[in-house]
Design a protein around this ligand. Structure first.
Ligand code: SF4
Length: 115
């Protein structure tokens, strides 16, 4: 977990390097175990137009972006239901920056430890 913490807390890291390091750490941590995975939608704002998707840009639906408190509540609910692997889903929201993603990961980790 210390390796993962160091990776998340690095000030500047490029995406390819991040994925490579993360994959390596993930393999070390989880080996060949299989976990159920649940998606947690952080935002429904998207500038893409995938025809099969309800969140496509040209579909007139209510858009929402979770704030930190909503993220904590959603995470607590998923953990209470027994999920231990949570996939954060961001659509293609132009307002979401890598710093936000890092903040969300920290919130999830803290919430999971305290749950
Ligand atoms: S949320 Fe994903 S699948 Fe849906 S329109 Fe955006 S990019 Fe495409």
């Amino acid at each position: 977990m210390e390796l993962l913490n160091n990776l998340i807390n690095e000030k500047s890291i490029n995406y390819k390097k991040f994925i490579g390091k993360f994959t390596s750490i993930k393999c070390d941590l989880f080996n060949i175990k299989i976990f159920p995975l649940v998606p947690l939608y952080i935002t429904s704002y998207c500038y893409e137009d995938c025809k099969y998707c309800n969140f496509r840009v040209n579909n007139n639906v209510l858009r929402k972006r979770l704030n930190d408190n909503q993220l904590i509540k959603e995470t607590e609910l998923l953990i209470k239901k027994g999920f231990r692997v949570i996939e954060l889903v961001y659509s293609s929201d132009p307002e979401i920056k890598i710093t936000s993603v890092c903040n969300h990961i920290k919130i999830l980790k803290k919430t999971a430890i305290e749950s």
